[in-house]
Design a protein around this ligand. Sequence first.
Ligand code: HAM
Length: 403
Amino acid sequence: MINSLRGMNDMFYPDSALYEQFISVATKVASRYGYRFLQTPTLEQTSLFKRSVGESSDIVNKEMYQFTDKGSNDVCLRPEGTAGVVRAFIQHKLDRAGGVHRYFYHGSMFRYERPQKGRLREFHQFGIESFGIESAYEDATTILMLCDIFNELAIEYTLSINSIADENCMPAYKKMLIEFLELQNDKICEDCCKRKKLNPIRVLDCKNSNCQLIYKDAPKLLDHLCDSCNNEFEQLKSILDDNSIEYKIDTHLVRGLDYYNRTAFEFISGDIGAQNAIAGGGRYDKLCEHLGGRATPAVGAAIGLERVLELIKLGLEPTQSYYFGAMDSESIPMLIRAARIKRAVAPCNIEYRPRSLKAHLKNADKANASYCVIIGEDERKDAKLWIKNLQDNTQNRVDIDKF
Ligand code: HAM
């Protein structure tokens, strides 16, 4: 027997139906906010992710599905969606067009992580990216949009926000943090020792509880923002307050990808175990330029679909389904015609083998149908259908023309 690869799942009904429901709601909300669907390739040049997500990130260091293709190109299955969208934005010269461009996307992402509940090697994201606006108003609007999606699906969350500074205030903060870390050299974990050299602020979201205890006393980013970053952060908070969005300020929220500056945020769920981040995002004003495009401010976010599907409490909309059965083979063509009429509005299941009424009713019950529709010799002659409502056990005969 050949099985799927570890951390890569098949998605059957009802999860697949919840997936469709999520995409439909998120698409509707995104288009109300001015986003348009963008499809980019799943496979990209490895250098794209090295330059955007960052050489110091776990994603690039340990988790890429990277290989050489038959044309000797160094390629990689996308571990996230932002880099590909920015590449497409530049390649199609939209960075030169000016104005505001907003895109949404959804699909598979690949990270070679240790699989566990809520953590897969192939998972799905719904993402949004907005280009052209350098303002915390757009950051706040991005957050409001995610809140709208979650609210519409009755998904509960807590929101954490932080500012991870910009090129003006980050160097001085980094220096201060490194000085602090030098004094803790023998106490912090091995990974943090590496992070200290590659990208020191990444130590702040280390999962090691011992390290976290130490970093409680580390200098805080928010205390060292320049005036401009500080004003942006104040503006972000005031818009969230105005819209009654509750949030927590988490000074250790630094995100696992290197392209962010200023606003960073995460949506967390208390109901799905250790892998509790259901969405994350932030501002990335330098990425476009860094990948060879014109300087273009940008902000975006992505929602982890497998994690939110667990939380969709609304469930599937109750559907009325029909079971169709014939008492003799001559009635089957009429049965198919009747089912076709009903299929315009409801799911229908036809049994092609003639059966007794009792056997059909048993089958309909097993199929969880709401109605059982039967055609026998009498119904065929009168052009009528015999229908039993399996919820209240009433029955009647209806003209096929009025069905
Ligand atoms: P991210 O935080 O790496 O951000 O991923 C976003 C979401 O994808 C996470 O909050 C989580 O729900 C889900 N996710 C991540 N890894 C896995 C996994 N192994 N298994 C299941 N779900 C997972 C990004 O990817 C950025 N590109 C978001 C962004 C867009 N920032 C700006 N624009």
